[in-house]
Design a protein around this ligand. Structure first.
Ligand SMILES: [Zn+2]
Length: 395
């Protein structure tokens, strides 16, 4: 008892599962299905295919856009990389130049120190001459006169003293000029160095700015790459799904063909002895008028009421009277092929009816644009009339 209940609940579960699955996907029962079920499935899958193809083409256009963005980004990145390289070279040259100015400044400062030492030396010398004269007492012209052996000696002693003082003074003035010159040079070097430092700071700012832009762009390139990979993934999924649906559609079409009992070979639509009164193609006007007309089928004369048979299995898409064809039946055999039977005296089928090959569908007459009892028979492929003789067995 317990066992039976368990089996029953399992069956209920399975039934539920089946219901859920069949609600989401077209029915795929193994048992034979009716034509309308197959047609419904076919329509559902054909709609799905259209939708999937739409999605695929959207994905394709998004991928195209991102590919463009990606190549633009990498071009821009290369520009930044080039600019940064240029700036780095410029910064290196500037640094070298500043270093050269530092060396010149050091040399100039050393020269200034030497000149200052020289000046100090001469100042000392001058002072010592002055001090010597002061401590020893500046010899008065009178004293110099007494110490001198003669007037010429006196003049010589006075000259010597003045000469030394003048000489030292001249040298000190020269040193001062050289030092001033050196100070000017030093100031110029410092000013140039200052200008270069400002330039270097500008270059550094530019480089930092570019590096930030480059980093942002690299992030963008990475994001684009991620999106592209996702889209390409979706694209191949969608492509695979489209192929699955196509396979399914082909299978459904085969199922439909089997249900319609469409055979590879067509049969003659009349069974009695008959002849072909008018073939396919250009012919003279059968109504006695002038010129020629294109005959889209074959004419088979037969007595009134002779049965007309379906040339192949299919669905009746038309069974009605029209002024040209008179009473006329059209049978659709597959997506592209159909047959037409015109000028009947009476119709034996209704639109939507499934007919088998050889089934009676109408009876020979002369309704519509006709000159006598006959069947006008046509085979249409993709909407174009073909010569039926090429499809019918040899007689
Ligand atoms: Zn005809």
């Amino acid at each position: 008892m317990f066992r039976k209940t368990k089996i029953l609940s399992m069956l209920v579960c399975l039934a539920l599962l089946f219901t859920v699955f069949s609600a989401f996907s077209p029915k795929e029962e193994a048992e034979a299905r009716t034509l309308s079920q197959v047609e419904a499935d076919l329509k559902q899958y054909q709609d799905l295919l259209t939708k999937l193809q739409g999605t695929k083409s959207q994905l394709s256009s998004k991928i195209g856009d991102l590919d463009k963005q990606s190549s633009y980004t990498s071009q821009q990145l290369n520009i930044y990389i080039d600019e940064i390289e240029y700036l780095e070279a410029e910064i290196a040259i500037t640094e070298e130049t500043i270093e050269a100015y530092n060396l010149k400044l050091a040399e100039t400062e050393a020269s200034i120190t030497i000149e200052e030492e020289n000046l100090a030396y001469y100042k000392d010398m001058y002072a010592s001459i002055v001090r010597h004269s002061f401590i020893e007492g500046t010899p008065s012209y009178f004293e110099l006169l007494f110490e001198s052996e003669n007037f010429s000696d006196f003049l010589s002693k006075v000259d010597n003293l003045n000469y030394f003082l003048d000489y030292t003074d001249t040298i000190m003035k020269e040193i001062e000029i050289v030092t001033e010159d050196l100070e000017t040079k030093k100031a110029n070097y410092e000013s140039a160095k200052q200008t270069l430092s400002v330039y270097q700071a500008e270059l550094d700012t530019k480089k930092t700015d570019l590096e930030q832009k480059k980093a942002a762009l690299e992030q963008k390139a990475h994001d684009i790459g991620t999106s592209l990979a996702q889209l390409k993934d979706q694209y191949s999924t969608s492509d695979a799904r489209i192929n699955e649906v196509r396979v399914k559609i082909e299978a459904l079409k085969k199922e439909r063909t089997a249900l319609l009992e469409v055979n590879a070979d067509f049969i003659w639509p009349l069974k009695t002895n008959f002849r072909i009164s008018s073939g396919f193609g250009w012919r003279s006007n059968p109504f006695g008028g002038r010129g020629t007309e294109y005959h889209s089928g074959i004419d088979l004369p037969a007595p009134l009421g002779t049965p007309i048979y379906a040339s192949n299995g299919g669905v009746v898409t038309k069974s009605q009277y029209s002024s040209g064809y008179g009473n006329c039946v059209v049978i659709k055999h597959d997506d592209i092929t159909s047959t037409l039977y015109a000028h009947a005296s009476r119709l034996a089928v209704k639109p939507g009816q499934v007919v088998k090959q050889g089934e009676v569908i109408a009876y020979v007459g002369t309704t519509g644009r006709s000159t006598g009892y006959h069947l006008h028979f046509m085979i249409m492929v993709n909407g174009t009339a073909r010569d039926p003789i090429k499809y019918l067995p040899k007689r």
